[in-house]
Design a binder for this molecule. Sequence first.
Ligand SMILES: Cc1cc2nc3c(=O)[nH]c(=O)nc-3n(C[C@H](O)[C@H](O)[C@H](O)COP(=O)(O)O)c2cc1C
Length: 339
Amino acid sequence: MENAKFLLAPMDGMTRASFRLICFEYGADGATTEMIQSLALGRAKKRLSPTFAETMARLPGEGALAAQLIGSVPEMMAESARRLTAMGRFDAIDINMGCPARKVVGSGNGSALLKDPERAIEVMEAVKSATDLPVQLKLRLGWDDEHITAPRLVHAAEALGFSGVTIHGRTRMQMYRGPVNVEAIRQIARSVSIPVYANGGVTGARDALEFLRETGAAGVAIGRAALKAPWIFDDIKRLARGEAVPERQAPERVALVKRLAKLACGHRPEKVAVSEMRKFCGWLLPGLTGAGEVLAQLNDVTTLDGFNRLMDLWLNGLIRTGDIHIHPELMPVETLDTV
Ligand SMILES: Cc1cc2nc3c(=O)[nH]c(=O)nc-3n(C[C@H](O)[C@H](O)[C@H](O)COP(=O)(O)O)c2cc1C
């Protein structure tokens, strides 16, 4: 447990610099950018779009950061790996063999490579030989129950000198639902000498520690649970030290969304950054009195000042009435399965 790492899993549209920094501040031991299309990077013009720029940014205070490439053309992946390396701001390059989206697998990328291990290994070799940075792999167990290719690919990663692998314990056909195969992760972790990080289905700090213990992995990568509770990394460390885990009340949550909004505004047009705050507020504020109305009012807010004013007004009201506590009964019963 002492050396175990708890990582922020890559999430498209989410694990950009601003959200990653928040997770690092709560104690994440590492993070990965959202996936970067090797084709897009290979052809990138000099000026990057604001969205892309935030993905590629690295803020002071961010810890160990891997840049994730997705693609299936070995030469293009190698070229992109060279470009990422030349940027000099990433600690590692990660290869995506997990994305299940129809559009992605339709063009042979992401988890489609699990159906074509020869091609997958060519991609791994191409990236590895194009960079001096550590290279890691993120994959699912296989395409479906009949094609469990992760053991072969993880052994290939070990033979190629990869620095680690993250295994999402589901197949592509399971998408984001259904049981995570803890035993399969455990067996793979036991069979190689490189670090294996377990991923999939963590719902809270206690659960993450249990997942670590059951898989015997070197660490755990956490995705959706961090969107709702980026403090999960802090909670894990407190639990591991035998301490109690605090409830995150209104002042902390409001400070967090204000900071996230400010950071995001540093990288993208204010209007876009503020409108994207609706989804983060929808995950981080429910359970607080009046969150529903505030979320509705956010639809009319287009500036950072307006966002801060709305949050301050609401928080001051909660502080005046002493109602700053999170009420589990006000939490909506929904999951992030479909984000
Ligand atoms: C919205 C969303 C976007 C994702 N984008 C990526 C991605 O860009 N690269 C990747 O390897 N995995 C991606 N994933 C998969 C996660 O990294 C993770 O493997 C998966 O969500 C299971 O972990 P969790 O149950 O802790 O969320 C994404 C998942 C979600 C929900």
